[in-house]
Design a protein around this ligand. Structure first.
Ligand SMILES: [Zn+2]
Length: 451
């Protein structure tokens, strides 16, 4: 009853006030997910051509680029021709700055992300894109027979300090029945409290990092706390690679299926799993290409880097944006009957845990957020040599002042306790063999092994 009120009255009003069009978009998406492949492809192509014409006209960066390439927008015969355009990455976005902003853009919000690469990125997000991402997420939620307004418990990172904006969000979350537990406070004491809150709140759905939900599940299992009868319908996980043992553990303890989602603040809501197991790409707005190390497109079934073109980003375009994640396109259709293409073998999201001096297992994000606060940190890597010794490698964009160093030390010690912290300034940080950047390396042990 309350869910229906929220989903069909309160949330639509909220979106109307924010001038978001997510309500009508969701309805369109729920129709187009059943389109056949030809119809979907035609729709995608038409949107892509329109998008290209738009950004050529209004975005200085693309106006110049297309001129330089002698590229006439709006004439693609197939989306594969996108591959003729250059790739976009974080460095290029940083360099282009406001040139990526459309001259006819509506109000834009500044977004910040460290991504899984640890390199900070600032970019702008318009209302159109927000609406599309909300609508795509909303549609995926409904695949699992839950809706906005159903009680949701979120285990997620949150900013270090809460501002006025967050109080508004807290109020909104109460109305929409979403409750947040911070993912970087994961000591046994915290987890015990979280479990009590979960029992007390009895959510319909869980949402969080797989590693965090698995940590809670492991604690409950170890202490024989029964969470199987709370009526949880589904656990949504995202932002990290979902390991099979985590999936099994979460599913067993909460007595519900685990639904994986893939996307990012930068790249958007890329793909989501349906109850039949397929990771469906939000193909109406997002074109996914898989490319090799040289940037050449790979056929379905071959693993490479995920490159995303988000068609609702005309106000600050993401065209052939390199996510840094590895995956492949599926070769088959999902048995659910939706023709939205599938993404498979998503390898690239391993957010590590670290161990504090007092034995607390902690999400590495608690340290990463500290570094994200400092704008001139270009790259970082946290290496936990032992429980009592951590090295922090920093690549700076400009000189760091003493206040910033104190800030890092204070916050790291607050989280890791009484340890030796070596801060080392380097000119570059080597990548993993796969090409992937691992921003946290803990030599203390495989703390995510829940088996
Ligand atoms: Zn499916």
């Amino acid at each position: 009853m309350y869910t229906k009120l929220v989903s069909s009255v309160l949330f639509p009003i909220h979106e109307l006030i924010k001038r978001h069009s997510s309500v009508s978009l969701r309805r369109e998406l729920e129709a187009s997910q059943w389109f056949n492949q030809d119809k979907l492809a035609a729709m995608q192509l038409a949107k892509l051509n329109q998008f290209m014409v738009n950004i050529a006209q209004h975005v200085p960066y693309y106006r110049a680029l297309f001129q330089e390439l002698d590229f006439v927008p709006g004439q693609f015969k197939s989306v594969v021709e996108l591959a003729n355009l250059p790739l976009l990455d974080k460095a290029k976005i940083r360099q282009a700055g406001s040139l990526l902003q459309a001259d006819n853009a509506g109000p834009l919000t500044l977004f910040n992300t460290g991504g899984s690469s640890g390199q900070p990125l600032q970019f702008m997000v318009g209302k159109q894109r927000k609406s599309h991402d909300v609508a795509a997420k909303w549609r995926a939620t409904r695949w699992w027979d839950v809706d906005i307004g159903d009680k949701e418990l979120v285990v997620w990172g949150s900013p270090i300090e809460l501002g006025a904006q967050d109080h508004l969000k807290q109020w909104r979350d109460r109305v929409f029945r979403s409750r947040l537990l911070p993912a970087f406070a994961m000591s046994d004491q915290h987890i015990k409290g979280y479990i009590n809150e979960i029992i007390d709140y009895a959510p319909t759905m869980l949402f969080g990092y797989p590693s965090s939900l698995a940590l809670i599940a492991r604690y409950a299992k170890r202490h024989q706390i029964d969470l199987s009868t709370l009526g949880i319908k589904v656990a949504f996980v995202t932002s990290e690679r979902l390991f099979e043992n985590q999936k099994a553990l979460i599913s067993e303890v909460f007595n519900c299926p685990v639904a994986n989602g893939y996307g990012g603040r930068d790249a958007g809501f890329i793909a989501h799993q349906c109850p039949h197991g397929g990771m469906h790409i939000s193909a109406e707005d997002i074109i996914v290409e898989i490319v090799d190390k040289l940037g050449n497109p790979l056929p379905a079934g071959e693993i490479g880097e995920v490159v995303v073109t988000h068609l609702a980003t005309a106000e600050f375009p993401f065209v052939r944006y390199r996510t840094g994640d590895l995956a492949c396109l599926g070769t088959d259709l999902c048995p659910c009957g939706r023709h939205l293409p599938l993404l498979e073998s998503i390898e690239g999201r391993t957010t590590d845990f670290v161990l504090a001096a007092d034995g607390t297992t902690m999400h590495a994000l608690s340290l990463i957020y500290v570094l994200r606060e400092l704008a001139n940190v270009a790259e970082f890597k946290i290496i936990q040599e032992s429980q009592f010794h951590t090295r922090l490698l920093l690549v700076m964009q400009s000189d760091i002042d003493n206040a910033s160093i104190d800030f890092i030390r204070r916050n790291f010690h607050q989280r890791l306790g009484d340890i030796q912290l070596d801060i080392e300034f380097v000119s570059q940080i080597p990548r993993e063999k796969s090409g992937k950047f691992k921003y946290v390396e803990s030599k203390v042990g495989a703390t995510w092994d829940y088996a």
